[in-house]
Write a protein that binds this ligand. Structure first.
Ligand code: B1M
Length: 214
């Protein structure tokens, strides 16, 4: 029987990790690509989780269990998203900003950038501005990607850009920002070079932006 993407979304919403993994495998076996599986099952599932969280039908434990199911499915898709046959274009330092623990979207952006030919230095979550700066120096990165999911942590994107200015590195790197509450207007306001609303657009923007720094 053909895979039911609604059931996959529901498995994510209910945090049914085994079922979600099985349906992801089934979708792959039926020939669906990783992007279609994300767009038709996994991300719509997480969107519902977010809505239930907002309306207090879900609390942190339910969200965590759903996030675990989502991550397990992303682990299955990872090799397909990151596979590449071309030499690396440039190094991108990626991280979720200071005080912010959300990493599902950031991980997805990392995987898609890697698949598109970038080397990724993933600093993880709650990344202090100084750590971004040190990583750029250490890896001679051309791009920096910052993710923020909370309105309260968005200002740390600006702090990080200020840290690059203070270190004398701002003109040598391209800075891209993203995450659910981030907008093009906010990116412009803080002096970022690019904004992307989703992982696929992040790849397009990164390819365009990096040309200025190679
Ligand atoms: Co949190 N959380 N959370 N949470 N959580 C949100 C963000 C929230 C919108 C939920 C809600 O109220 N509806 C809300 C924020 C409200 C606000 O600030 N306005 C919220 C809150 C309040 C909180 C806590 C404060 C709750 C609490 O403790 N009381 C707390 C904060 C902890 C902290 O960070 N300090 C908290 C905790 C958590 C969990 C730990 C339980 C868990 C995170 C698990 C994890 O990531 N490992 C969690 C989750 C899962 C969510 C929701 C439900 C889902 C986020 C997600 O993974 N989406 C989220 C609701 C929502 O966003 N709808 C919510 C799926 C993911 C694929 O999308 O991350 O948007 P996203 O990434 C997209 C794009 O944004 C873009 O591409 C990605 C792929 O297309 N993108 C980029 C992302 N980064 C990019 C970078 C780029 C370019 C594009 O360039 C570099």
């Amino acid at each position: 029987m053909a895979v039911d993407f609604q059931e996959l979304a529901e498995a994510i919403i209910g945090g049914k990790r085994d079922r979600a993994e099985a349906l992801t495998q089934q979708a792959l076996a039926e020939g669906f690509g990783p992007k279609e599986i994300l767009d038709r099952g996994l991300i719509p599932g997480m969107d519902v989780v977010g809505e239930k969280f907002r309306t207090m039908q879900f609390f942190v434990p339910e969200v965590l269990i759903a996030a675990r199911a989502m991550k397990a499915c992303m682990a299955i898709l990872r090799p397909l998203l990151t596979a590449r046959s071309i030499p690396p274009i440039a190094t991108v330092v990626m991280g979720t900003v200071r005080a912010d623990q959300h990493d599902i979207g950031k991980n997805l952006v990392c995987m898609m950038l890697e698949g598109a030919g970038f080397d990724i230095v993933d600093l993880g979550v709650q990344v202090h501005p100084d750590k971004f700066v040190a990583a750029v120096q250490k890896h001679d990165a051309k791009l920096v990607g910052m993710s923020a999911l909370l309105t309260t942590t968005m200002p740390y994107m600006k702090d990080t850009i200020d840290a690059f200015i203070a270190a004398g590195l701002r003109d040598r790197i391209g800075i891209m920002v993203g995450g659910a509450p981030v907008t093009q207007e906010f990116a412009d306001e803080i002096g970022a070079d690019a904004y992307a609303p989703d992982a696929a657009t992040a790849v397009e923007k990164a390819k365009e932006l990096v040309k200025r720094f190679l």
